[in-house]
Ligand binder design. Structure first.
Ligand SMILES: O=c1ccn([C@@H]2O[C@H](COP(=O)(O)O)[C@@H](O)[C@H]2O)c(=O)[nH]1
Length: 235
């Protein structure tokens, strides 16, 4: 079985990212690099990690007007991303522009396009936090609403918490990619994550990709932590 774990390598230091990636290569399915790393190290820093030969998840959560997102998405495709993120709340036209740009640029380069997945409600928000930003309905309903919008607008999948996986799967079907952060092994700390489950629980509910950062990268022995998660997943 393919390892569904993408380790979130959240650091500003390229040397640390490369060292972690080298140590974790055999224990995870791919590497996720996000805003913290990209703003410090740029495309060259991303390529230093993708050069290790594992699938790359470029998590920049693009959210702007359609024209701007489309232009930025072309740059993401040039990084060789296997998966990348936009915000579903950017709206139908923005999602469609991102997907079209990804497909066009990939065709131009003769490579496979990334799976463009749309962030619904951040896993750091609980119900009260979601209401503060204007989501005046249960988080689950907001996630389902944005999931339907993302699917109708051409996205390959969404990002949501493990708590919403079963409902979104029922709504969007088996081929819609569910990329799931908010993953906390029983032996790890929640930190700023508010809607979370263990890796095995998320997988059992039907998550396709498990995004796990600090429980691995913050462990005394990151490779041992990743191996422990792998074992808990029965891999
Ligand atoms: O709703 C979201 C969307 C993205 N993330 C990202 O996932 C990882 C989680 O890292 P942990 O250290 O395991 O908390 C991180 O890179 C976030 O930017 C998310 O957590 N929630």
């Amino acid at each position: 079985m393919i390892n569904p774990v993408y380790v979130a390598i959240d650091t500003t230091e390229a040397a640390r990212a490369i060292s972690l990636a080298e140590r974790l290569k055999g224990q995870v399915g791919g590497f996720k690099l996000g805003l913290e790393y990209f703003t410090a190290n740029g495309p060259a820093g991303m390529e230093a990690v993708s050069g290790l030969g594992m699938p790359l998840f470029v998590d920049l959560k693009l959210h702007d007007i359609p024209n701007t997102v489309a232009a930025a998405m072309k740059g993401v495709v040039r990084l060789g991303a296997a998966i990348t993120t936009i915000h579903a709340s950017g709206g139908a036209a923005m999602i469609r522009a991102a997907v079209d740009a990804a497909n066009d640029e990939a065709a131009k380069l003769g490579i496979a396009p990334p799976a463009v997945v749309a962030v619904t409600v951040l896993t750091s928000l609980d119900q009260a936090g979601a209401e503060q930003v204007g989501f005046d309905r249960p988080v689950l309903d907001q996630v389902k609403r944005l999931a339907a919008l993302a699917q109708d607008s051409g996205a390959a999948g969404i990002v949501c918490s493990p708590l919403e996986v079963e409902a979104v799967r029922a709504l969007c079907g088996p081929d819609f990619k569910l990329v799931i952060p908010g993953i906390r092994p029983a032996w790890s700390e929640a930190g700023d994550q508010k809607r979370f489950l263990t890796p095995a629980e998320a997988r059992a509910k039907g998550a396709d990709v498990l995004v796990i950062g600090r429980p691995i990268t913050g462990a005394a022995d990151p490779a041992e932590a990743a191996a422990r998660i792998k074992a808990e997943l029965g891999l």
